[in-house]
Design a protein around this ligand. Structure first.
Ligand code: BG6
Length: 497
């Protein structure tokens, strides 16, 4: 077994320095540093691990260590002691990178990080290019013989197909694709990976996973939160760029792709790309029918009144940014021809809920009079990604009693009640994968481009449209247009929170 395969199987990181650009930022504080701390506490990091923060804000090594570990356990403190550094400097200042080289060389000598480097871009997207150029300027993009140099990039990866390609050009001017790890944190969620387990570690679902049995599929990413303090960022993004282009399409690809031969990175990603390529784009004329947007207005209850989007900090009072997006997609391939896929996401909806729901066709003939079937819904399999992680199977069951009446019943699998093991945080899983060098749960360049190909025409159409943006009250299930989108043929959104 070679070293790379060994690391993947052992799930522990090799000697390395993790360098976080944007070290004083929000994502670093909320997600990355807790993930490092947890990996240290769970002994997934070797003694030869080092953490280096880079940002403009002045800070000492000790202060950065303190922000990394805070009140955390002694075990993780002991593990990281002496291995945390901070380099203050501007991202477009060549001196920053010279200081970084000195720090990394010292760590190689003192800590034994072996020349292995994982550079994590957790900065605003505007800093990606200067950081990549800065790293290349001092040769940090090129690993020494026997070492690695990898680049982890946060979203947003471009703001459309053209800018994503441009960013690829910058990235590839310094790093080969195999060195690049584009993050979509949804892929780090255990329950998203469980879509793969359910589909490909079982035989019973595969035969019904196609157009012969599935009537339609609904994918929902609903949030109760508004834009909070991120109004400025969100104004330029909107729901389509922020969630659909990445999280929703990733979940959709895993749920609909063909079985890969293995979960090895290229095989898995090839299948996702093939699926994304098969998504048919609506024509300009169809867009109004195939895609719906909305923006939340003031709503909630008197005790819990929520501001409208246009009233949020950093948001233009005349903003036309969508906080809700829904689409109908078609996949033109043998398995899925003719099956509609409905996806939706929104902020300030009544429940936090991410799920994939396959609704099956009604039986071709029912040997039971219809008045004995009241309360019988179509069969459905619901994969709950969060919260209440688990799976429900909805089917008809005989109601106890002398008459033959059938009503919907549900069979439940719940993660909480079935497993005692804890789920690692998404970022913890992905950081470890990137350190190990396993790219299966990261997005390849062609995947990002496919995802932009799908959402771009809709965003462009909305940007050209001068009519008032449809609205929905905060704490409601989105604009009424969304019900019309799915409503043909009597279908309905699952609003069961
Ligand atoms: C991020 C979006 O990618 O995902 C946020 O930028 C969103 O707007 C978040 O709130 C949702 O992630 P999760 O893991 O809380 O579902």
């Amino acid at each position: 077994m070679d070293r790379a395969t060994q690391l993947i199987q052992d799930r522990s990181a090799p000697p390395a320095a993790l360098v976080i650009f944007g070290a004083s930022g929000d994502l670093t504080r909320r997600k990355l540093l807790p993930a490092v701390e947890s990996l240290a506490r769970h002994e997934r990091l070797p003694d030869q691990f080092a953490l280096v923060g880079v940002a403009r804000t002045p800070m000492t090594d000790e202060q950065f260590m303190e922000s990394a570990l805070g009140e955390r356990t002694l075990a993780s403190k002991r593990q990281l002691q002496g291995g945390v550094r901070y380099v203050a400097g501007g991202y477009d200042d060549p001196e920053t990178y010279k200081r970084l080289v000195v720090t990394l060389d010292e760590l190689d000598a003192q800590r034994g990080t072996s020349g292995n480097r994982l550079f994590y871009l957790s900065t605003p997207a505007g800093a990606f290019e200067p950081v990549i150029n800065g790293l290349a300027g001092v040769g940090l993009n090129q690993p020494r013989e026997g070492s690695f140099s990898r680049l982890v990039i946060e979203k947003p990866y471009g703001r459309d197909l053209v800018t994503a390609r441009e960013l690829d050009r910058v990235v590839h001017s310094a790093f080969d694709e195999h060195q690049v790890f584009r993050i979509d944190h949804y892929l780090g969620k255990d329950t998203v990976q469980n879509v793969l387990a359910l589909r490909f570690a079982n035989s019973i679902f595969q035969p019904i996973w196609d157009r012969s049995w599935v009537d339609h599929v609904q994918i929902t990413v609903a949030e109760t939160l508004g834009v909070g303090s991120r109004g400025g960022f969100y104004e330029d993004a909107g729901a389509m760029r922020d969630i659909v282009q990445n999280h929703v399409l990733q979940v959709l690809a895993l749920a609909l792709m063909e079985p890969p031969a293995s979960f090895e990175a290229e095989g898995l990603r090839n299948e996702k790309v093939k699926l994304l390529q098969a998504i048919r784009l609506p024509t300009d004329r169809d867009i109004a029918e195939a895609a719906v947007r909305g923006q939340y207005t003031r709503g909630g209850t008197r005790e819990d009144l929520m501001a409208g989007y246009r009233e949020e900090a950093g948001v233009d009072p005349l903003s036309r940014t969508e906080t809700y997006a829904a689409m109908r997609l078609n996949v033109d391939n043998w398995r899925w021809a003719g099956v509609p896929f409905y996806v939706r996401t929104g902020k300030r909806l009544p429940a936090r809920l991410t799920e994939v729901a396959l609704q099956f066709q009604r039986p071709p003939h029912l040997p039971i009079p219809t008045d004995q079937l009241t309360g019988l819904d179509a069969d459905a399999l619901i994969l709950r990604i969060q919260p209440n992680e688990g799976i429900s199977l909805r089917f008809g069951a005989k109601v106890p009693g002398h008459s033959f009446r059938v009503r919907t019943a549900t069979m439940e699998f719940s993660y909480d009640q079935t497993f005692v093991e804890e789920s690692p945080e998404a970022y913890e899983r992905l950081l470890l994968d990137a350190l190990i060098g396993d790219a299966s749960l990261f997005i390849r360049s062609d995947e990002v481009q496919q995802c932009w190909r799908i959402v771009d025409p809709i965003i462009e159409n909305w940007e050209k449209d001068n009519s008032p943006i449809p609205t929905y009250e905060a704490a409601s299930w989105g604009p009424t247009d969304a019900d019309r989108l799915i409503g043909r043929n009597g279908r309905k959104w699952r609003n069961s929170a």
